[in-house]
Write a protein that binds this ligand. Structure first.
Ligand code: NAD
Length: 340
């Protein structure tokens, strides 16, 4: 029996998670919701995803656009085992009562506060602790990137303390009303909220983060300095640790992918998802070890990094896989991803 899944909120994250769920052998995408007709609603229909009316949406607008609705969000929720809420920040919390009323499980996104769900989730970080939960929150894009890296560093060398500066994209590519056009905006929250958010997955981790926003839409970049507990022999050992872990892509100097424009060009060449880069991206040349001090840059494609995590969150909730690595392998195979 496949787990029946609904996507409530078919925007940047929701449309990607819908595609990812539709590709999984143990899940069935029952439908997606939209508040109003749009090119994305049209794409949902073109892909054969049943379309349901979300939030305060008006059925007449869909009828006028020639987009047939399969019902209301409440009707969709009655037909599924779990909903992935991908509505805008803070709306997920409002939607929670709908999911409770329908008696179904729910996966929330990182735009919600941690207490929206029983636990915060990262597949490499805490899959086992999230098995069987009725509600989970997939941590944000930046937190997912940090948590994945922590899942490599902690078991291999231990972490004394970690300082990270997050250089954040100003807006997603499709947004035209947001973001600095010409400026660098420091986030005047010192340290930033990302460190505590990583601790929702790794409660013991000593990490402090700062952030600033810059005029780019492609990716975030993290500048990391980690004092490890046990020194690796060489930086090659650290790179190998990342390389053999799923959801990491390490660029060699000869690839000449020297920054986020080339990384996203690679993603377009590869054509996975919406030409997405769902892995943490590291550069060999941007990783350095001095004794116990590890320095590395990592780039995070904000629009897609959480997509495979949402799939694994569903699998953890329903205990569909023997363990986290099996779920990750299944998800990544269905998506066409591989480690390296
Ligand atoms: P988005 O604005 O692109 O998409 C949200 C969608 O939800 C839109 O289609 C909107 O019409 C719809 N919607 C609005 N009200 C609704 C309601 N009441 N019920 C159902 N749907 C409703 O937003 P997004 O970027 O996809 O973000 C969704 C969540 O994912 C947020 O919590 C966000 O913080 C998180 N997230 C976003 C990113 C990112 O970079 N875009 C990365 C990681 C996590």
């Amino acid at each position: 029996m496949k787990v029946r899944v609904a996507i409530n909120g078919f925007g940047t994250i929701g449309k990607r998670v819908a595609d990812a769920v539709a590709r999984q052998p143990d899940m069935e995408l029952v439908g997606v919701t939209k508040t109003r007709p749009s090119f994305e609603a049209r794409r949902a229909r073109e892909k054969g995803y049943p379309l349901y009316l979300a939030g305060e949406g008006k059925a007449e607008e869909f009828a006028a656009a020639g987009l047939p609705l399969a019902g209301t969000a409440a009707e969709l929720l009655a037909r599924v085992d779990v909903v992935v809420d991908a509505a805008p920040d803070k709306i997920g919390r409002e939607n929670r009562r709908l999911y409770e009323a329908a008696g179904i499980r729910a996966v929330f996104q990182g735009g919600e506060k941690p207490d929206v769900a029983e636990a915060s989730f990262n597949a490499l970080g805490n899959y086992a602790a999230c098995r069987g939960k009725r509600t989970l929150r997939v941590v944000s894009c930046n937190t997912t990137g940090l948590a994945r890296a922590a899942a490599v560093l902690l078991p291999n060398w231990g972490v004394d303390h970690w300082e990270a500066t997050l250089v954040r994209r100003g807006a997603d590519p499709a947004e035209s009303k947001k973001g600095p056009i010409n400026g660098i905006l420091p986030t005047f929250q010192l340290p930033s909220h990302h460190g505590p958010d990583v601790r929702t997955v790794f409660p013991e981790l000593s990490i402090a983060t700062t952030a600033l926003v810059v005029p780019t839409t492609l990716m975030h970049v993290h500048v990391n300095h980690v004092r490890l507990k046990r020194p690796p022999q060489a930086v090659a050992e650290v790179l190998e640790g990342f390389r053999r872990t799923p959801r990491f892509r390490i660029f060699a100097p000869w690839e000449h992918a020297d920054g986020t424009p080339q990384v996203m060009e690679y993603a377009r060449d590869r054509g996975i998802g919406f030409n997405d880069m769902m892995e943490n991206v590291l550069w060999e040349a941007g990783t350095r070890l001095e004794g116990r001090d590890l320095y590395f840059f990592q780039a995070i494609h904000q629009e897609s990094i959480v997509v495979p995590e949402n799939v694994d969150a569903i699998r953890a909730m329903f205990d569909l896989a023997p363990d986290g690595p099996s779920s990750i392998a299944l998800t990544d195979r269905a998506l066409g991803l591989r480690a390296g």
